[in-house]
Write a protein that binds this ligand. Sequence first.
Ligand code: SF4
Length: 76
Amino acid sequence: MSSKTKVAGEIIKDWVSLDLYSKYNYKTACEDCTHFDFENETCTFGFPTTPHLKKNQINDLAMTGKMAFCRAMEID
Ligand code: SF4
């Protein structure tokens, strides 16, 4: 099974360089997205935000070397 194979109900996560992520402070989280409601930590599209919250992305990256990117993210 390739690392990109999706199991039902599982979100795909991509490999990320922790060094580069830390160095360049990439905008990858819901908190960086125009569709994020900070008050309720929800998405205006109704997508689940948990995998894309900054604290969870950083935790995933530290634990697995991967993180989940939202393909609908928009930055103003
Ligand atoms: S579009 Fe994606 S990144 Fe933006 S708030 Fe919704 S779930 Fe988060």
